[in-house]
Design a protein around this ligand. Structure first.
Ligand code: AMP
Length: 216
């Protein structure tokens, strides 16, 4: 089952992916995480990537796609994937189609005010990439990851001015993919305005209703 998790920055793609990968036992592939890992582990390419990422700009297609293609060759992807952060443009959607089929696109639809609120309080674990929100998904110890004791940090691109720019890029360059996937009949839209810490996990249940029909 090959799934794209789609939505604006802050829509909750990464948070839901972490729950869905447990349910369906397929890997969560985030191009943002792949690129951030390269920045940490490969200073030479990392410097180049960081010039885009630290100011919230799209990394050039070839660089992102190269990282994604390598990841898609790994064994665990045979059962499928939950792809998060790719494609961000129609060009990228076509690149993906050359190497993989896509069964379903889950589009998390979230109001702009909610998106801004989420991004400004989001914190990430340096070590395991776990996602927190200082108002709704609060770590047990301030600044420390519940899972691995890693230090939490605010992404450079979650700062207000950069968030605004990323939302604008989403509207102009990424949102047209909604029509693209609608036309391909694989788009499923979910109301993503509910709180990410929603104890009843309504959004996860909504995802399951859709994804269960693609299970092999
Ligand atoms: P994300 O974690 O998905 O919010 O991505 C963080 C940053 O990584 C983005 O702001 C971009 O600089 C870069 N990035 C991730 N995925 C892509 C992509 N598909 N195309 C271009 N840049 C990307």
């Amino acid at each position: 089952m090959n799934v794209i998790l789609f939505g604006a920055p802050g829509a909750g793609k990464g948070t839901y992916a972490k729950r869905l990968k447990e349910i369906y036992n397929i890997p969560h592939i985030s191009t943002g995480d792949l690129l951030r890992n390269t920045v940490q582990n490969n200073p030479e390419i990392g410097k180049k990537l960081n010039a885009y990422m630290s100011v919230g700009k799209f990394v050039p297609d070839e660089l992102v796609f190269e990282a994604l293609k390598e990841r898609l060759k790994e064994h665990d992807v045979k059962k499928g994937f939950l792809l998060d952060g790719f494609p961000r443009t129609i060009t990228q959607a076509k690149m993906l189609e050359e190497v993989s089929k896509v069964d379903c696109v889950l589009n998390f639809d979230v109001d702009i005010s909610v998106l801004m609120y989420r991004a400004s309080w989001r914190r990430i674990c340096h070590k395991c990439n776990a996602i927190y929100h200082l108002k709704t998904i609060v770590p047990k110890r301030e600044g420390i990851c519940d899972f691995c004791n890693g230090k939490l940090y605010q992404r450079e691109d979650d700062k207000e001015e950069i968030v605004k720019k990323r939302q604008e890029d989403y509207r102009n360059q990424t949102a047209p993919l909604i029509e693209y996937y609608k036309t391909n009949n694989i788009l499923y839209t979910i109301n993503g305005n509910l709180d990410l810490s929603d104890p009843n996990q309504h959004i996860i249940l909504d995802c399951q209703k859709i994804l269960d029909s693609f299970k092999t």
